[in-house]
Design a protein around this ligand. Sequence first.
Ligand code: ADP
Length: 152
Amino acid sequence: MEKIVVFPGSFDPFTIGHESIVRRAFPFFDKIIIAIGYNSNKPGFFPLEKRLEWIRSVFKGEKKVEVDSYESLTVEFCRQLNAKYILRGLRTSSDFEYERAIAQTNKMMFADLETIFLLTLPEYTSVNSTIVRDIIRHGGDASIFLPKAVKI
Ligand code: ADP
């Protein structure tokens, strides 16, 4: 059976930290669906279409990668796609506490779903979309934190 993993997030914007997690997951899965969880009442900083376009350009030509968005619960999105795995990245102990609660709740709602965590590489521990947005909001250059294809 095809091993499908969903990498959900807001990716506002997609950083080199996110890219690294996806590339390191390549050997374990047949298909990786990078999915922007979207709430139309809270549209985020960058427009959804722009965020999707940036991620697509990062993985252009990568046959294993698909990019999508959803407004439903993540577990329902996974069920629809027949994905039995969720991918998440861990940077700090606060990430761990947040991720633990979400992963355990998801598991209670969808027993066959496993959340797989990859620990960030040391050099990406401080790469954070919130900080990137702050830099951009104040007119700074955040390009060192972004994949080359993400031209803001
Ligand atoms: P969310 O809004 O769901 O937290 P994010 O876009 O901020 O979405 O992050 C998506 C996933 O990527 C989360 O699991 C987060 O911990 C992980 N992540 C974010 N930045 C990094 C990084 N620098 N290194 C590793 N994982 C990261």
